[in-house]
Write a protein that binds this ligand. Sequence first.
Ligand code: NAD
Ligand code: RBV
Length: 511
Amino acid sequence: MEFKVKDLSLAEWGRKEIELAEKEMPGLMAIRAEWKAKQPLKGIRITGSLHMTIQTAVLIETLVDLGAQVRWCSCNIFSTQDHAAAAVVVGRNGSPSNPKGVPVFAWKGETLEEYWWCTERALDFSGPEYNSAESAEPKGGASSVNAAAKTVGATQGGGQSRYRGPHQIVDDGGDATLMVHMGYEYDRAGDVPAPKPEDPTDLKELLLCLARIQKETPGRWQKTVPEIRGVTEETTTGVHRLYRMEKEGKLLFTAINVNDSVTKSKFDNIYGCRHSLIDGLNRATDVMIGGKTAVVCGFGEVGKGSAQALRGQGARVIVTEIDPICALQAAMEGYEVKTLEDVVEFADIFITATGNYNVITVDHMKRMKDGAIVGNIGHFDNEIDMAGLAKVPGIQKTNIKPQYDKWTFPDGHRILILAEGRLLNLGCATGHPSFVMSTSFSNQTLAQIELAQHLDKYEKKVYILPKHLDEMVARLHLDHLGVKLTKLRPEQAEYIGVPVEGPYKPSHYRY
Ligand code: NAD
Ligand code: RBV
């Protein structure tokens, strides 16, 4: 079996934590129990690009239990838990000397070149193990998709005619989707452009990776794309990318926006970050948060959870916002709302949670006080201008420990940066805990089943899951917390105009 992880001997530890996580992931366990016999993902090849954590291991093994053939990489260079990756490769019945699990390409501390290599490997199902008839013929409208793919392959000849990509993608942030879309575009153009000096490093590395692939397997992406049924996207930033592609007419397959299931964004983004933001801050810095002034940039879902966590520790929290509604919400919650310019000189801790870029600029960092802590919990590494920081003449970077650096400016003042500006809860800690990831990943699994079983209902557009599934995901998590739900009586249902069995809210309801 092909794979690349840090150390397979970590598998036993990983397995123990996976087993504990399963107990905290009742939604995924219920979906396994409900669907295992029906095998709704049988014959479906799934590529996942999502933080390779213990929680993700439980998702991967759920997809396998439902019949899928899975390959996986992380969507971040720092977020892999190496013992989780090892356990997934070894599998439930294998051993480090005889791994029988899922091919994973991920380790903590990848370079960007390695990152794109891992993504590319996770997208390649050409090995002989995928050549069975069952792998080639998924149910539910795929035969025409496959027929189209075979035609493309047949016209090209050579090795790539046997080339197999995934049928479905689980994406987080959209990098696997981006690689496929860019690869496809450059395949058709016949050339991958050379990176420009001003391109961000990860784009440069992606272009170099695509150029290599085009040389080795020309036509690969044209063969891949017609076989892809769709993608299910985990996070806000990835979803923004998808809607933009749809608007520009560039989306090549169906996309399910998992983030905007209520049981994802109103839980993972808020309560998950409420847990894992301070976990990351504490593990990296071990600095007392109480009494400090903390600035949270962005008061969306992630900002709301982050601000609450910092306040819970006794920090004095200041919020920055561009949206008057979110600014007003923050004020009504009792936070001061200021601009960064107002507070940059005296705050102790800065957290970006906007999904935007250049929110904390080099100029801001030049003005921060000595010892200021700067971290990001949004998806990419450009909310804090890390590229600009590295270019400040005379600046010195001193590594304190992995994913924690001290940057000393020529005037002698220092700032402390977490996870090189990448999401600190996954870089410096282990991301969200299992229970809340169970709600996110139940949505992911249901979305994957939807693509596998009902593709005929969808066009090449972005969709969210229907509300009855959202309510079902919530329902699957109630018992674990001892929640007793009140049963709606028929006459009451009639009075408020909803079915007794739900959905209980109209689609415009915002929770
Ligand atoms: P959101 O849209 O709900 O919130 C973002 C907020 O930032 C918005 O209210 C917006 O008005 C505000 N904003 C934008 N530009 C700003 C600026 N220049 N200054 C101040 N505020 C600004 O999105 P979200 O769901 O909270 O997600 C935010 C980011 O976090 C995304 O990148 C998302 O992918 C990521 N995310 C990370 C995790 C994690 O575990 N680290 C979890 C969920 C989401
Ligand atoms: N996230 N995953 C974890 N423990 O596996 N923690 C957070 C985990 C996801 C979360 O769903 C968010 O939308 C995404 O990471 C941002 O990349």
